[in-house]
Design a protein around this ligand. Structure first.
Ligand code: FAD
Ligand code: NDP
Length: 490
């Protein structure tokens, strides 16, 4: 069917962060828009409503569980600040989960209202291409719908990966898709993987007082500054999270009492090990949702390894009027703000006479571990690779958040590092912050880094006293000087 004679100007497949942003922007620009969103239940049978990964099984429930664990830590500090709380206050998973799940459900409803308000047609069906302009879907009751559109945006995201070489992995393990919707506490948990999802989940599970172990096959937080990554995991260890390093899973068996007997190989000790857990949580990465879309039929090309959709800077796929944004597209960060901005900019380019492309440089991010790690720009390793060891200056400081003093909390891992070019103005290439509220701290500095801020400008910036963020503008010790990086006093 030729462009212009289709039912909709735009069809978005996938109602998550990127898809909804794109659909809403296009509707605001006066276009006739349809959104398809469908959640295939996890192997455990968990399912949820409109809004995609972030809202239902990602950022939102994760941050709220992280907050719940942070509150637990605050309760431990409270007596030092005069609060008469019992020495041990139990955590009630059921109550927390219910509160969070109710909030998520309210967000699902909110998205439906937003679509209605903009007259965006919502289809709760799983889409699959029939031809270049036609997508077909089937709903829960088996009813078939065919939709035609001039432009199609694929924003189908990804789902948790399960290893295929581990017996019992899918049958007995769970993923982050299930964890946030559990009605009861997962109990003693083994978290497999060592990146964002794994460390964040292990962090809050430990915070609730659960016996929690992380299985790391190589290094933690691959791609991040490794000095910072090791501080994050050493803080987690100090809080009671156990780490099995250089280990890989072999087999899971279900015992009669429903516990799981887990077998793994320890490559450092060169031995086979086993233990019993209540829950095994797979956090070994995500698989793009490109499989059931019938992309081969319309000629949309995938990356041969990642199976993500190949796109150009314009978010265009190998087929002219079909676009892809967010986690499903190759080479993009898997983050909500990037998916949202990519979706909005794409709608403006398609329908708003804009030519603005998404800029993926200096994307800020935070790992919400018990001590948060926020960063923007290059890691020290990457800066060194690009500019040479003599081409960069690294300022750093170990600092003590004021609120840690009275309850005598250990602050050994509270650390800041600013990586700069080593010339007169010293442009900031990367900023790394470990400490309370790192996400809040890095968000503001990200603007500076995006605008090309230099160390000289940072030196002229006044701090807000007393805060942890002010330690960033006070940085003066270089790694090269070999002076002690421990900050003392005001
Ligand atoms: P998604 O949000 O995944 O949306 C895709 C939608 O398409 C889903 O609803 C899916 O069901 C639907 N769909 C798939 N196939 C079809 C089909 N054929 N037909 C119809 N519908 C379909 N990012 C952050 O920035 N900050 C965080 O703190 C953060 N925490 C996270 C924590 C966890 C545990 C996880 C897993 C992710 C986290 N992320 C975080 C990443 C963030 O959630 C994703 O980057 C973001 O949701 C990607 O948006 P998207 O629009 O590409 O896809
Ligand atoms: P990642 O792809 O980032 O990491 C996967 C982890 O699993 C790595 O540690 C990897 O180890 C390990 N792994 C992979 N396969 C196996 C295996 N077979 N056995 C053991 N370990 C294995 O995935 P995540 O799911 O953690 O995160 C996905 C994306 O979601 C992130 O990239 C991020 O963009 C987004 N996200 C963002 C968050 C935030 O903003 N705070 C929070 C959570 C997710 P190895 O290094 O050895 O390959």
């Amino acid at each position: 069917m030729a462009a212009g004679v289709n039912e909709f100007d735009l069809l978005v497949i996938g109602g998550g962060s990127g898809g909804l942003a794109c659909a809403k922007e296009a509707a605001d620009l006066g276009k006739k828009v349809a959104v398809m969103d469908y959640v295939v239940p996890s192997p455990r049978g968990t399912s949820w409503g409109l809004g995609g990964t972030c809202v239902n099984v990602g950022c939102i429930p994760k941050k709220l569980m992280h907050h719940s664990a942070i509150l637990g830590h605050a309760l431990r500090d409270a007596p030092a600040y005069g609060w008469q709380v019992a020495p041990s206050v139990p955590h009630n998973w059921r109550q927390m989960a219910q509160g969070i799940q109710n909030y998520v459900k309210s967000l699902n409803w909110g998205y439906r209202v937003q679509l209605q308000e903009r007259k965006i047609k919502y289809f709760n069906i799983q889409g699959s291409f029939v031809n270049e302009h036609t997508v077909h879907g089937v709903d829960k009751s088996g009813k078939e719908t065919k939709i035609t559109a001039d432009h199609v945006v694929i924003a189908t995201g990804g789902r948790p990966r399960y290893p295929d070489n581990v017996e019992g992995a899918k049958e007995y393990g769970i993923s982050s898709d299930d964890l946030f919707w559990l009605k009861e506490s997962p109990g003693k948990t083994l978290v497999v993987g060592a990146s964002y999802v794994s460390l964040e989940c292990a962090g809050f599970l430990t915070g609730f007082g659960l016996d929690t172990t992380v299985m790391v096959r190589s290094i933690p937080l691959r791609g991040f500054d490794q000095q910072m990554a090791l501080l994050v995991t050493s803080h987690m260890e100090s809080q009671g999270t156990k780490f099995l390093k250089h280990c890989t899973m072999k087999k899971l068996e279900k015992l009669q009492n429903n516990q799981l007997k887990v077998y793994w190989n320890d490559h450092e000790e060169n031995k086979e090990c086993l233990d019993v857990f209540d829950t095994v949580l797979w956090a070994v990465g995500r698989v793009p949702e490109t499989r059931g879309l019938n992309l081969e039929k319309v000629g949309v090309k995938l990356h041969p390894d990642s199976q993500k959709i190949l796109v150009n800077a314009n978010d265009e796929t190998s087929v002219g009027h079909i676009f892809a944004i967010g986690d499903v597209s190759e080479g993009r960060p898997e983050l909500t703000p990037t998916a949202i901005m990519a979706g909005k900019l794409l709608a403006r380019r398609l329908f708003g006479r804009s030519s603005e492309l998404m800029d993926y440089d200096n994307v800020p991010t935070t790992v919400f571990t018990p001590l948060e790690y926020g960063c923007v720009g290059l890691s020290e390793e990457e800066a060194e690779k690009r500019h040479g060891k003599d081409g960069i200056e690294v300022y750093h400081a170990y600092y003590r958040p004021l609120e840690f003093t009275v309850p005598e909390r250990d602050s050994s891992q509270c650390y800041i590092k600013m990586v700069c070019l080593r010339d007169r103005e010293q442009q900031i290439l990367g900023l790394h912050f470990i400490g309370p509220n790192a996400g809040e701290v890095i968000q503001g500095f990200a603007l500076g880094v995006k605008c090309g801020a230099t160390y000289s400008q940072m030196k002229k910036t006044l701090g807000i006293h007393p805060t942890s963020a002010e330690e960033v503008v006070k940085l003066w010790i270089t790694k090269r000087s070999a002076l002690s990086a421990t900050v003392t006093g005001c």
